[in-house]
Design a protein around this ligand. Structure first.
Ligand SMILES: NC(=O)c1ccc[n+]([C@@H]2O[C@H](COP(=O)([O-])OP(=O)(O)OC[C@H]3O[C@@H](n4cnc5c(N)ncnc54)[C@H](OP(=O)(O)O)[C@@H]3O)[C@@H](O)[C@H]2O)c1
Length: 264
C-alpha cells in the first residue's frame, strides 16, 4: 500500500518568497489584481504599463504594501523591441523574472471585413509575438535554475469568438496553442506554462459597453452565473499556476467565466 503523505503544507506551497514576477499590463484590471496577489504571497513584483501613469503608480503602491522591493517598468508592447527592453531593465535591477504573467493585450472591436492590416498586426504583436518574445527572454534563467512559471492571459473567446473581434480572438487562440506546445517541451525542466481564459470582467476595457443597460443585460443573460467577474476573481487561479501548489499543472487552460463557454 502507498504510504499516505499528510504533511502537505499547502500554505508553504503557495509561498512565493524569493521569486521575481513580471506581470504585464498590471497598471489596471486583471493584471493589477494578479500583481497584488503575487506580492501578497511574497514575490517581488515588477508591474508594467505602457507609460508612467497614476494607475501604474497606484498599482506599484499596492504591491509594495506586501513586497517593498517591487518596482515598475514601462514599454509599449506594440513595439517589437519592447519585450527585450523590459527584460533588460529588470535584469539590471534584480535579474530575470522566474514568474511571467503575460497579461497585457490590445483589443479592437472592428468587424473582420473592416479591420486594417495595421490593426490586425498590432493586436498580433501585443497579444502573441510579445508573449513569445517574453517567454524566450525568461527561458534561459528558468531552465538554468530548473524552476519557472509562465501564465498567459487568454480569453473565453478562444471558445466563443465574438464576431466583432475576430483577430483578437485568433490572437488568443494562437497564444493558447503556443502554451500547449512549449509546456510539453519544457515540462522536464521544472517549468510550467499555462493559460487563463477570462470571461466578462468589469474592467476599463468593458466600461463603456457595459454602461449601456440593454447591452449589459444581453451579456449577463448569456452568463450562467448571471454576473460579471471582478479582477480579484482571476487572482486565485494565477497564484495557483505561479506557485509550487500548481507544480504538476502544465499546458492547461483555466477558464474563469461563470460558465459562459458552456453550451446552452
Ligand atoms: N476584461 C475582460 O472582460 C476580459 C475578458 C477576456 C480576456 N481578458 C484579457 O485579460 C487581460 C487583462 O484585461 P483587462 O480587462 O484587465 O485589461 P485593461 O483593464 O484594459 O488593462 C489593460 C492593461 O494592459 C496594458 N496595455 C494595453 N495596451 C498595451 C500595449 N500596447 N503595450 C503594453 N501594455 C498595454 C495597459 O497599460 P496602461 O494602463 O499603461 O494603459 C493596462 O495596464 C487581457 O489580456 C485581456 O485580453 C479580459
Amino acid at each position: 500500500m502507498i504510504k499516505p503523505d499528510d504533511n502537505i503544507n499547502l500554505m508553504g506551497r503557495f509561498n512565493l518568497k524569493g521569486r521575481r514576477a513580471l506581470v504585464t499590463g498590471s497598471a489596471r484590471g486583471i493584471g493589477r489584481a494578479i500583481a497584488v496577489a503575487l506580492a501578497e504571497f511574497g514575490a517581488r513584483v515588477i508591474v508594467h504599463g505602457v507609460k508612467p501613469s497614476q494607475n501604474l503608480s497606484g498599482a506599484l503602491d499596492a504591491v509594495r504594501k506586501h513586497s517593498p522591493e517591487s518596482f515598475a517598468v514601462c514599454a509599449d508592447l506594440r513595439e517589437p523591441d519592447a519585450p527585450k527592453s523590459i527584460l533588460d531593465a529588470i535584469s539590471r535591477e534584480c535579474g530575470l523574472p522566474d514568474i511571467l504573467v503575460a497579461n497585457a493585450s490590445l483589443q479592437y472591436r472592428t468587424k473582420w471585413t473592416d479591420i486594417t492590416l495595421e490593426e490586425a498586426r498590432e493586436q498580433m504583436q501585443v497579444n502573441f509575438h510579445s508573449t513569445m518574445a517574453l517567454i524566450q527572454g525568461c527561458y534561459p534563467l528558468m531552465k538554468k535554475q530548473r524552476w519557472g512559471r509562465v501564465v498567459t492571459i487568454g480569453s473565453v473567446q478562444e471558445f466563443r469568438p465574438h464576431p466583432d473581434m475576430a483577430v483578437y480572438a485568433a490572437s488568443k487562440s494562437a497564444q493558447e496553442n503556443l502554451v500547449r506546445n512549449l509546456a510539453r517541451q519544457v515540462a522536464a525542466e521544472g517549468i510550467c506554462i499555462n493559460n487563463i481564459s477570462p470571461g466578462v470582467f468589469a474592467t476599463d476595457r468593458n466600461e463603456e459597453v457595459l454602461a449601456n443597460p440593454e447591452y449589459a443585460k444581453k451579456v449577463t443573460d448569456c452568463i450562467p452565473s448571471h454576473e460579471y467577474a471582478t479582477p480579484a476573481d482571476a487572482a486565485g487561479a494565477a497564484l495557483l499556476l505561479c506557485s509550487d501548489a500548481g507544480r504538476y499543472i502544465t499546458g492547461s487552460t483555466i477558464v474563469i467565466d461563470g460558465g459562459l463557454r458552456l453550451p446552452g
